[in-house]
Every structure is written in structure tokens, then in C-alpha cells.
Design a binder for this molecule. Structure first.
Ligand code: SF4
Length: 282
């Protein structure tokens, strides 16, 4: 199949130049690489500009409830494990109303790939600041509300025990394709943070400006090193690449490591129980 074979006949209604186009392209290219049949694929979203993406993807698709894509996708994957299950959405949907679901999806470690298209603003509702809006930008645009420090999505998911964490940019298609492909390949919960521009409510050149603040992780970077991943996540610049990939065989024992770093994932630390055992107990 070709990338266009994963597209529906619906034409995207995104603004010309929106970063979401790049993510749709990168995602469909990754699906080509993995040769996933559309009848074995589901794309679930919440609400927002980027959450329109399932409508443009030839798959089972659900443009669902604001902030609730992760629990819906979890239910789908548990009942139909043969379906490759992807979640897409924006920074507002995922890190504001939907944030409560994220750490729980991570600790359940169900095999879902969650791609967040982060443009640092609410686009669909016409330009309010989101949990990732930078204070300088908010002030320069005179957006209402208090100055609040932006949330660091990559640090957040690392600190809650995510086994696969990658970052890319919507304008770097080969890189984005690879990150989404490897995330889907990972046999557990995987997270891809995509920096994407909103040409209408950011500046038209915002996507390029953000790209100037990105570095691709250097050759030899050890993605199994959690401490290195946390350092990369805390960098002033956006580090692109697979920041962290825990050996899937470690499973929930990875909690031992996480508990030492973040102190938030202690419930099953030191045990060798798999996620299925935990699910049956609950
Ligand atoms: Fe994209 Fe922004 Fe337009 Fe929404 S408002 S479609 S995020 S450019």
C-alpha cells in the first residue's frame, strides 16, 4: 500500500500550512512501512483541530469525547488486541481536560501509541493559551489569563513510567515517520510528542521558529538510559528522537527504576507481575 491508500476521501479542513498536515502524512507513511491493513487499524481522538485526523485515515475511527480518547482506546485494545490502536490529539485535549487519564494509561501499559500534536494553543476554539503555551508568547499576543509556566509533556510521561518516549517535528517528515513507526512497533504504551505549528493563532512562521530550537539527538545517544532521557527532556532546546525506550521484557519491573527517579510509580515496584496479572487482581 501507499500512503494515499491510508487516506479517506474526506479533504482536511485544516488551515493551509497547519502542522497537522505533516502529522497526517508522517502517520500514513509509517503505516506503509509497517504494512498494517486498514481493517486491523483504529485511530481514536478527542476534540480539537488535530483530533479531526481519524476522519482522514482509512481505519476504524472515532472522533470521540474531549480528553477521553485514552480510556476509549484502552477499552478497544483490551477487547480487540489484534487491532493496532492509535490515539491522536492536541495539547489542550491531552494535557488539560484529558490529563488525568494519561498517567493511568501509562501505568496500565496497554499497547497503544499516543501521538500528541502540540502547537501550544487551542486552535479550534480560536486561540486561547493551552497547558504548553510559553509565557513570552502568551504575553506577546495579549492572551487572557494568568502567566502560568508551560507543562513539559516529555518530562511528565517519563516521570510516570512511560516505556517509549519520542519527540519529532511536523515539518521533518522522514524523522516523524520513523518516530511514529518505532512507537507503533513498541509492545506497550508509547508516546510521541510532535511539535506542530498553528499558522492561524500562533504566527505563520511559528513552526519554523520552533524547529530552529530543535536538535536531533546525537549519534551514540543511549535511549535505554532514563537519566539521559530526563536530562534531554529538561534541556532548553527541544531534543528530537527516541529519548527513552525501556526494554519491553522488563515490563512492570521498570517501576523499580522509575520509583528511584520520580518517586511516583511505586505500587508494583520490586515485583515480577505482568500487567495482565495486575489487571486480573483489579
Ligand atoms: Fe491548524 Fe491552527 Fe488552523 Fe487549527 S486553527 S487547523 S491548529 S492552523
Amino acid at each position: 500500500m501507499k500512503a494515499k491508500d491510508y487516506r479517506t476521501t474526506l479533504e482536511p479542513v485544516w488551515c493551509t500550512g497547519c502542522g497537522d498536515f505533516g502529522v497526517l502524512k508522517g502517520l500514513t507513511q509509517a503505516l506503509v512501512d509497517l504494512e498494517i491493513p486498514p481493517e486491523r487499524l483504529a485511530v481514536i481522538s478527542g476534540i480539537g483541530c488535530s483530533s479531526r485526523l481519524p476522519g482522514y485515515t482509512r481505519s476504524y475511527a472515532f472522533n470521540s469525547i474531549h480528553g477521553r480518547a485514552l480510556p476509549i482506546a484502552t477499552g478497544l485494545k483490551l477487547s480487540r488486541p489484534e487491532i493496532t490502536t492509535l490515539v491522536v490529539g492536541g495539547d489542550g485535549d491531552g494535557f488539560s481536560i484529558g490529563l488525568g487519564h494519561l498517567p493511568h494509561a501509562i501505568r496500565r501499559d496497554v499497547d497503544i501509541t499516543y501521538t500528541v500534536l502540540d502547537n501550544g494553543i487551542y486552535g479550534l476554539t480560536k486561540g486561547q493559551s493551552s497547558p504548553t503555551t510559553e509565557i513570552d508568547f502568551k504575553r506577546s499576543r495579549g492572551l487572557a489569563g494568568p502567566d502560568e509556566r508551560p507543562l513539559n509533556p516529555v518530562l511528565l510521561v517519563l516521570s510516570t513510567g512511560c516505556g517509549f518516549v519520542a519527540r519529532s517535528h511536523a515539518g521533518n517528515l522522514p524523522h516523524l515517520r520513523e518516530m511514529i513507526r518505532e512507537a507503533i512497533r513498541y509492545p506497550g504504551f508509547s508516546f510521541v510528542h510532535v511539535l506542530a505549528g498553528c499558522v492561524t493563532y500562533q504566527t505563520p512562521s511559528y513552526g519554523q521558529e520552533i524547529y530552529q530550537r530543535c536538535d536531533v539527538l546525537p549519534q551514540g545517544y543511549d535511549s535505554s538510559n532514563l537519566t539521559a532521557a530526563i536530562e534531554a527532556a529538561r534541556s532548553d532546546r527541544f531534543q528530537l528522537g527516541i529519548l527513552y525506550r525501556r526494554d519491553p521484557k522488563i515490563g512492570t519491573e521498570g517501576a523499580v527504576e522509575m520509583a528511584g527517579v520520580a518517586g511516583v510509580w511505586k505500587a508494583h515496584a520490586g515485583t515480577d507481575r505482568g500487567i495482565e496479572d495486575v489487571a486480573h487482581e483489579e
